[in-house]
Structures are given as structure tokens and as C-alpha cells.
Design a protein around this ligand. Sequence first.
Ligand code: 4AD
Ligand code: MG
Length: 432
Amino acid sequence: MGLTISLIKNLHDHIGQEVTVQGWLYNLRSSGKIAFLIVRDGSGLMQCIVAKNDLGEDVFSVAKNMTQETSLKITGVVKEEPRAVGGYEMLVQNFEVITPAQDYPISHKEHGVDFLMERRHLWIRSPRQMAVLRIRSEVEHALREFFYQNDFVLADAPIITPAACEGTTNLFELDYHGEKAYLSQSGQLYNEANAMALGRIYCFGPTFRAEKSKTRRHLLEFWMIEAEMAYLDMEENMKLQEDMVHYAIGRVLERCPKELAILERDVERLKRIQKPFPRISYTEAVELLKQAGEEFTWGDDFGAPHETIISSHFDAPVFVHRYPTAIKAFYMKPDPENAEVVLGADLLAPEGYGEIIGGGQRIDDLALLEQRVKEHGLPEEAFAWYLDLRRYGSVPHSGFGLGLERTVAWICGLDHIRETIPFPRMLHKMYP
Ligand code: 4AD
Ligand code: MG
């Protein structure tokens, strides 16, 4: 075996050299004297040529009878080959089968999505799925880096919580040694406490919502990156969000061109996105719906089709701000100029991907927050600590939460959110 082990994605550093690649057989075709192997190693695909004349009858016979997903180490000299998948080719000098695969169920023909979802643990080995998961990783990394560069402290929020943050209709309940507890719907309330301690903070973790409808945008377990900033108002909050989203898009365009190409993403649409993002009020958004011939009553919440109509007016993500107080969470600060609406803003992605961020300015007045907790029928004991934050040096503050999977679905141009996470949790679905 060659001494140098290389990832397929780094083959450009080894032109003309002998290297070993460790991976799995993705595809194979052979003629009488030559076998073309496509090997994958998680970082890319590589074409390998096994010639009977070089390796002899026996070795050639082993090579050409290998089954899809057989694990193998393969050694040879790398050369550039623009016509080959990945752009490089290896002339094989030696290979070692690690474990032959049994009949692999996912062949290179088209399979139905139900079939693939049942085999999600294997489906993630296919090039499209690997591309999506690499982009997901890049987005997570970019978001963390953005916060790091902007002096945010990473402060993790608990997963097991005694109370609801985002309403009581979709809570996952659990038994906390005899006490009722819930899986976190959002780290926000804890973020507010952490922001009063550390100034600017974020958390990034799994979030749980017992959604009862099946849609292309809802998971029961999803990942949310949530920031909270002391002394920040609603306008500055939106500015920070657009900087962050713009940064993440730039990073994916720069670092994932191959993945975007595999997904056949129209990257021009991503490149066109400029700052500042447009901002419209809820009331203006309702006007857009009416102009489009929708029957819509001021005060109702937007459904997915409404969000699509609104965002279709813009090339970039659009902030919709100042929603009716009645349809938003208990903690949102009323607009001082009109108490009917709150200083909250959602960010709607272009191309019909819907809301990717929910956020806004929080109530900082103790009396008003106490009143809201009561009005919403929330358990006062569980919120006592949260009210304390308004008792001991309360300040104007704002924050937001970005849904990672919806953002990745948009960046990748996917039809459905289920492909944006290795193992999606959806209604009546938790296998594998
Ligand atoms: O709008 P939401 O409910 O906002 C909050 O939870 C705030 N407490 C966040 C904050 O201010 N710290 O959720 C935020 C985002 C949504 O915009 C959406 O992108 C995503 O989380 N999201 C979901 N993603 C996938 N599946 C679901 N069921 C989702 N529910 C919300
Ligand atoms: Mg929301």
C-alpha cells in the first residue's frame, strides 16, 4: 500500500504521485480487460482504472465482481482527467477489500421517497444527500464563526424545561422523576438571562415541537441557532440577522460549489442577494396579499401560501415586522406607537421557503410582563425567575432564532426539509 493516504477531495495535491484512498465502491462497469470503479470516501467520488494486463487475471476478477458499497483501500497514481467524475483518475496498482457488501438495496436507478426514507441510514451515502449534509455542516460552521467574530459568547440553554416558551400546543412532555417537564421549544428565555449576564450570547441546539401536521417545512426535532443581545432594539436586531444570513450564504457559495452543482442549485439566485434585505410591515404584507387576490383578514396569521406570495415580490429574504400582538408570543414588546402590534420580525426566505427566522424585541417592563404571563395562562411559579430579569436592572433587549433545516432547504433548493438533517423526526416517523 502507498504511504500517503489522501481524501478524494485533496487529490489535486497529489497529481503524479502514488496515494491510497480509503472508501467504498460506489459504481462499477467493466469490459473484458478494464474495470472502471467509482469509489467514494465521503469527501468525493473518484474514478479508478483496474487493468487486467497490469494486475493479472485473478486480481482483475476480484475487482470486476465487487458489489456496490464494498469497503476497500485502493492505491495508485493520480492523474488529472477532466472527463472523469471529480476530475481525477487513479491507475490502480493495488487494492484491498475490507468487507464485501451484501446486496445493497439502493441501486443507481430511481427509488421512491418512502423506500429511501425507510433506508435513511444508507440513503445518506448517495451523492445528493452527502452534498446536502456537507452544506448543512458549512452553514453551521459559518453561523458559529459569525457569532465568534462578533464577540458573542456561546451559552448553551437547557433541553429539559419546566415551562413552555412558544405556546403550549406542541409540547413534548416527559416525566422528570415525578415532576412534569417538557423538551425545549426554544432556548430564548434562558438566552435572555444569559444576555443579562454576558451581553451578547447565542445558543445552538436541538429544539422539539410536537407538530401535529405533516408539511414540507416542519420537523418534530430541529436545530435552532438563537441569539440574544442586551441593549439592542428591533432595528439593530434585523441588521444583525441580515449580516449573519448574508455571511452564511457567502460561505456556502465560496466553499461548496461542487455540492451546489450536484444539487443543480441555481446559484445566481443566491449570488443576487444583497444587503440590506427589504423590510415591510405585517400591514403592508396584508396589502400585498390583497393585491394578489387573496382573501385575508388583518389579524390572521400567515400560512405557507401567504408567505410564498409575499416573498415572491423580492429577490432577497424579506423581514415582515410588527405583527398583530394577538398572534405572537407573550414576551414580545408592543410597539410604543401602536399597541395592536409588536416589535417582532420574521425573516421570510425567497423562492417560497417561508419563515427561516423568528425574532424581535422583548418586553422589558416588569408589570407588563407579569400581566402577559397571566393573560396567556402560563404557570407563574415557573416564570418567577424570568420575571426577575425585569426586576434587577432590566434593559431593552432583542433576539432571534434561525431554523437551521429550513435555511439549509432554501440554500440547497430542496423540495422538502426531511433531506436537510441526517435523521429527520417527522409525524409518525422515527425510524431509522
Ligand atoms: O418562530 P419561532 O417559533 O421562534 C422562536 O422559537 C423564538 N423563541 C426564537 C427566538 O427569538 N430566540 O422559531 C424560530 C424558527 C422559525 O423561524 C423556523 O425557521 C424554525 O425555527 N422552526 C422550525 N423548523 C423546522 N420545523 C419546525 N417544526 C419549526 N418550527 C420553527
Ligand atoms: Mg415564528
